[in-house]
Design a protein. Sequence first.
Length: 188
Amino acid sequence: MTMPRILFQESQRFTQAFLWVPLTLLTSFVSGTTLWMIMRQVVNEIPFGDEPISNEMLLGLGGAVIGVNALIVVFFATARMQTEVTSDGLFIRFFPFHRRTRKIGLENVETMAAVTYRSLLEYGGYGIRRYPKATAYNVRGLEGVRINYENGVHVMIGTQHPEALFNALQTVLEHQAGADTEGGHDHE
């Protein structure tokens, strides 16, 4: 058995300033306020509010708040979309949502194009977006490859290299068409 030939590979992360600046400010503010409350009541022994909760409860809740903030930051820092086109097809893994790589079917493709699109307006934002007639996988940017199927459904794959992804997919489709033609003739 031969290994599939890799035609395209890309790994994308959430690197947008419009995401990281508010996320950093918000998590820093919430965590900082929580620490200040803990320091004031537990360390300095100045009760927080007219009816303060116990120090143990404050430490537990404060730890949970800071922990959740840390998990949110780690989530966005480690989230990534991996796209790979091999001679066997198109594969996507959107970590941490996908434990395994998912194969995107290329059967019954009607048309395909490298396109510029507006993720927020057309698909409701970044990430994995599923609708009855469309699925979008995107992390950043305005470019991708749109694959339209014969049944009216389409898949949008966001990429920083739309022409390279398109060309790799075109190679796979041409190979599949050639394989279908070779095996599909009746010989008399």
